[in-house]
Ligand binder design. Structure first.
Ligand code: GSH
Length: 632
């Protein structure tokens, strides 16, 4: 992939001039790839998780927890093993946006055997330990969605000072040092997104209205060095943030599946889409931003705003200029169209796409649904271009296509096979906030993968109008959405549309509990269906036990018997002796929370409100050969 290509990044002015060049060749590359690989068949299920971590440093005397900007050093060490033995390593490590973030994946993808569910958690544990061995005294690795005091004074090690009038982000609150410096991609993205937009990004998250929060809640941003521009866009009663790192500095959990062919990949892409908001609500883990308790439980919209490179015209705030078109969403957003034939009739959002690209794709034999999906991705300008990437062989390279594709950060990603590789058509599931423990992350990953198997085996149909999924994404982020919200969901997932029934009769509003656990006479429930699938399979006892623990966790989160991480974090704040009911997260509160997070993820403390009483699974590092053979 062209994602982390070497070379010098071009300036925004140069990149802008070359954006059409990237698009023109990107499309030709996609067409060539499609023609070569559309009939590729028979790939087996393979899948893998991606976990993002942050490095935090505690000072137990001063009672502070700060982000440690050492991911470059740590990654260099972590990557040594892979360089020495690329095929043999048990984990792969990559940089992420934050200079305190690292991303770990299993060394090799998992396969279709059910017994693979039993090795996921052990591999996650291995990764965590592997990274921890490289830390300095006081440092820890945590899988945690947002560092609560990101952007507050004195919150990084080494200390860093924001530069509101210069640099990549020009933030009032965050120094550019928090952006990963080992590859120019990240700083270039931050610069070009800001320059394309014509101003800094603006993120406004509603503040949690506790009794001692001033009315209105309004900060004097001049105190941070604002020249008035930030004050103009900062909303009353909101936590204002002004840089890409506030969003892309958040950590998440992602899963990628390989499908057997392009058709199955399109089906999975569509069928997992209605699950995105449900999993977002269940995984909600980020209620705190820039030292304030917010009224939001998830990172999703915050990242959307943090990379919103649309001009005022494109956002509908000013008349359109030059060749601009109105664009509904940020380049980080929920998907706006389905891809499979079954999905077609549920595509009720007027999709904005590049007409010329669309026609070119149709002329090359690509069907309408796929053409509009790709032409939609290609409404975006390229926002990071390396000097070495300009001239490519469109027959064999795909960097220009990947350039646009990899900066469309949507809830689902449809991924063509890389050229000349054994990898097939894939889909990536991207909405989930990350959880603190390997147990929870493994539970979420196994739930999604298992559900994908059930969908394909039982030929389930979860589709509802895509506009309803989008509405669900908004609901999912609300405070305690699992217990307080209802979500649009298909009533009968076991059959396709009935004759004479209108699309609007096919769905209703259900709680997450009803969706996951079922509701008598109204909805069958996803876990009961998964259990009947499992009962029909030959599963070894250990895997069975592990999977049941994972499903129980999801069931109890859905029913409200167990808390979401977001709910638990809110309780940590509001019960803290220093908390003044003003929604402020002091250094000390931050320290105590992160200490607890670390103790819980390391198993030093148990947390029954989050996990229940039974958190030990039978996870093992390797599938025993006898079991692998038996399953085959
Ligand atoms: N941390 C993000 C989230 O919480 O959703 C996901 C990771 C992500 O999208 N990272 C950006 C990226 O381009 C970094 S700026 N990653 C590579 C990709 O999406 O292909």
């Amino acid at each position: 992939m062209g994602l982390l290509t070497d070379g010098q990044p071009l300036s925004w002015d140069e990149t802008k001039k070359l954006s059409n060049h990237v698009r023109k060749h990107g499309i030709i590359q996609f067409i060539n790839l499609y023609k070569k690989l559309r009939d590729r068949q028979g790939d087996v299920l393979k899948w893998g998780d991606e976990v993002e971590y942050m490095i935090v440093k505690f000072d137990d005397e001063k009672k502070t927890a700060k982000i440690s900007l050492r991911s470059r050093e740590v990654l260099e060490k972590l990557n040594e093993k892979e360089l020495a033995d690329p095929k043999g390593v048990k984990s792969l490590w990559r940089p992420e946006f934050g200079a305190y973030m690292i991303e770990g994946t299993p060394g090799r993808p998992y396969g279709g055997l059910l017994a693979h569910f039993n090795v996921v958690e052990a591999n996650m544990r291995y990764r965590r330990q592997e990274a921890m061995e490289l830390l300095k005294p006081g440092e820890v690795i945590i899988s945690f969605t947002n560092f609560p005091r990101l952007g507050c004074p004195d919150s990084t090690v080494p200390a860093s000072i924001p530069t509101p009038n210069r640099g990549y982000q020009q933030s009032l609150f965050l120094a550019d040092d928090v952006v990963y410096s080992g590859h120019p991609r990240f700083k270039t993205l931050a610069t070009n997104i800001r320059q394309r937009r014509g101003e800094k990004v603006a993120i406004n998250v509603p503040i949690y209205r506790d009794v001692n929060v001033p009315k209105p809640f309004k900060e004097n941003l001049a105190e941070f060095g604002d020249d008035g521009k930030s004050q103009n866009v900062a909303k009353d009663d909101h936590i204002y943030m002004d840089a890409m790192a506030f969003g892309m500095g958040c950590c998440c959990l992602q899963v990628t599946f390989q499908a057997s062919n392009i058709r199955e990949a399109r089906t999975l892409y569509d069928q997992l889409t209605p699950l995105c908001p449900i999993m977002l609500a269940l995984s909600a883990a980020s209620p705190i931003y820039r030292g304030y308790l917010s009224d939001t439980d998830c990172r999703w919209s915050i990242i959307g705003h943090s990379v919103d490179c649309r001009t005022p015209g494109e956002r509908g705030l000013e008349p359109l200029k030059d060749n601009e078109i109105r664009i509904r969403t940020s380049r980080y957003s929920a998907i706006e169209s389905y891809l499979s034939e079954n999905g077609d009739k549920y595509n009720d959002i007027p999709l904005v796409y590049d007409e010329e690209v669309y026609n070119q794709l149709l002329d090359n034999g690509i069907d309408r649904l796929l053409a509009q999906h790709v032409a939609h991705l290609f409404i975006r300008d390229c926002v990071c271009l390396m000097s070495t990437q300009l001239n490519q062989n469109d027959e064999t390279d795909t960097d220009h296509f990947e350039n646009i594709q990899s900066t469309n950060w949507q809830s689902m990603r449809f991924k063509p096979p890389p050229p000349n590789s054994p990898i097939g058509w894939r889909v990536e599931f991207r909405p989930c906030d990350i959880q603190m423990t390997d147990f929870e992350n493994a539970a979420i990953v196994c739930f999604i993968v298992l559900l994908s198997r059930v969908i394909l085996s039982y030929n389930l149909n979860l589709l509802i109008p895509i506009s309803k999924v989008e509405e669900n994404m908004t609901r999912a982020q609300k405070r305690d959405a699992v217990n307080g919200e209802k979500f649009w969901f298909r009533k009968d997932i076991a059959s396709d549309s009935k004759q004479g029934e209108s699309v609007d009769d096919e769905y209703c509003e259900l709680t997450v509990n009803e969706i996951i656990n079922g509701k008598d006479g109204l909805f069958v429930g996803l876990i009961p269906l998964m259990n009947s699938y499992l009962n029909s399979m030959n599963v070894d006892a250990d895997t069975h036990c592990t999977v049941q623990r994972y499903l129980k966790l999801i069931q109890k989160r859905a029913s409200g018997e167990l808390m979401t991480t977001a709910k638990w974090l809110r309780k940590q704040v509001t019960n803290h002796p220093d908390y003044k009911q003003d929604s402020i997260i002091t250094q000390r509160i931050n320290y105590d929370i992160l200490k607890n997070v670390n103790d819980i993820q390391m198993g030093i403390k148990s947390c029954p409100e989050l996990h229940g009483c039974c958190t030990t699974s039978k996870t093992t590092e390797k599938i025993p050969t006898a079991i692998a053979n038996a399953e085959k």
